[in-house]
Ligand binder design. Structure first.
Ligand SMILES: [Zn+2]
Ligand SMILES: [Zn+2]
Length: 145
């Protein structure tokens, strides 16, 4: 939370109550949340639950590297390394929808080389890998009884 505040101060942005609350909700959840689930929690907290307001707060968090959108799940998740500009990569479990964030710089690797060769300038990459997380691997390998 302090890191988030520092980042906002640095960017000259206001970390309003609503933005703070949305960030808190994502942190508490610890896993991706759809916009509707976030709206519900805002309503429970007695804050504005107007979709445009919540979306603007989410856009704000994303713009300041405090949260990310997981496109595949159409959901939002708090950043594990908030406040630093980075290219997140997500490992998404197809069994439990759990998501782990890691960092990748695909624009510097083979993709970057291919793009340069094609004269394409990469501005943003989204890496989302689908698979099975460690806890689901255990379950899967346990024989049914
Ligand atoms: Zn991140
Ligand atoms: Zn899993």
């Amino acid at each position: 939370m302090t890191i988030a505040e520092e980042r906002c101060n640095k960017d000259g942005a206001r970390f309003t109550d609503l933005r703070r609350k949305v960030f808190e909700i994502l942190l508490m959840q610890g896993r991706p949340m759809g916009a509707y689930a976030i709206l519900e929690q805002l309503r429970d907290a007695g804050l504005s639950s107007q979709p445009p307001v919540a979306y603007r707060a989410l856009e704000f968090l994303i713009a300041h590297d405090l949260a990310h959108k997981v496109e595949r799940l159409n959901a939002f998740v708090a950043c594990v390394n908030p406040g630093q500009t980075h290219a997140p990569a997500f490992m998404i479990c197809r069994l439990c929808d759990g998501v782990a964030e890691t960092h990748a710089e695909p624009a510097r690797g083979a993709l970057g080389a291919t793009a340069r060769a094609a004269g394409f300038q990469i501005e943003k990459t989204m890496v989302e890998a689908i698979g099975v997380c460690p806890s689901c691997v255990d379950v899967k390998e346990r024989p049914d009884q």
